[in-house]
Design a protein around this ligand. Structure first.
Ligand SMILES: [Zn+2]
Length: 294
């Protein structure tokens, strides 16, 4: 549970790694059964889950933080794992019995024709994992609104997207309509690598700062993808954790300069940063904390 809160939504590198894992394990296999245990997790009703049966998995990919499994006949199972969701691949299932609706963390189970398959699970009580069975990815509302994939852009297009949305860079970088793929954890890492304050305003970034932001974004994400791909799905979260320099490291020393990592808390999230590396040594105001102190 704490893990889900700390590591948050799987972002571009983890979803990319899950897609790579499924491509390697499951491509060519046919769907034997698609069971939906959490009724609210499946957001589409036409085509029904039974439409997936007998179709072969042709590939797996990603739209921003959405995972896509492509089945023959242009059918796609698209999943947004949300905060506490995950995909568990299984070599085999202990029983052939159908899942009991509403019981336990398993939202969706996909059985393949060789006895293997995977479960989409969600821990905790706030159920927001979302699955869609569609013939066109654009039918998924969150995908229709996505901006270009953050790793697909050349420097100039990247700068235009970022400057096109006025606001604090932390919020703009994680806005999926501006750029698809980056969430709370990797935006902390990117801004630390770029030596930028999370509260820097996008329309005031200099050319040099923008160039640093672009480089930091590419390096941080491609490095995380390289470390994640090839990991077993179960080990991905550990891999993400081991690669983080500031995110979820409040109170620990910055690996670059040794200063103490600080955080700013919001209603349902927090950001971490290094004052020496990112804000000229000045701590950012934490509204929640200053309220408590007063
Ligand atoms: Zn530092």
């Amino acid at each position: 549970m704490g893990e889900a809160t700390v590591w948050g939504v799987p972002e571009l590198p983890e979803v990319e790694a899950l897609a790579a894992y499924l491509r390697e394990r499951a491509t060519g296999r046919a769907v034997d059964r698609l069971e939906v245990a959490a009724i609210n997790a499946l957001k589409t009703y036409d085509p029904p889950p039974s439409a997936a049966v007998g179709r072969h998995l042709e590939g797996a990919g990603r739209h921003g933080k959405f995972l896509e499994l492509r089945l023959t006949g242009d059918l796609r199972l698209i999943v947004h794992l949300a905060r506490a969701g995950w995909l568990h691949y299984r070599e085999s299932f202990p029983s052939a019995a159908l899942l009991k609706p509403g019981k336990g963390p398993i939202a969706v189970r996909v059985r393949l024709d060789d006895g293997s398959g995977f479960d989409l699970t969600e821990a905790g009580t706030q159920k927001s994992l979302a699955a869609y069975l569609v013939t066109d990815p654009a039918l998924v509302p969150g995908i229709a609104r996505l901006g270009p994939d953050v790793l697909s852009l050349e420097p100039e297009a990247f700068a235009n997207r970022v400057r096109g949305r006025r606001g604090q860079i932390k919020g703009v970088l994680t806005d999926q309509e501006v750029l698809a793929g980056v969430g709370n954890a990797y935006s902390d890492e990117i801004l630390h690598a770029a030596k930028l304050s999370p509260f820097a305003l996008t329309n005031r970034l200099s050319e040099e700062q923008m160039a640093r932001l672009y480089e930091a974004t590419r390096l941080t994400l491609t490095d995380a993808v390289t470390r994640s791909v090839g990991q077993r799905a179960a080990e991905l979260k550990g891999e993400k954790r081991s690669g983080l320099r500031v995110h979820a490291r409040t109170g620990l020393p910055c690996p670059v300069c040794g200063d103490t990592i600080r955080e700013v808390s919001f209603a349902d999230s927090s950001l971490q940063y290094c004052p020496t590396c990112q804000t000229g040594g000045k701590p950012l105001a934490d509204r929640r904390l200053s309220k408590l102190v007063r």
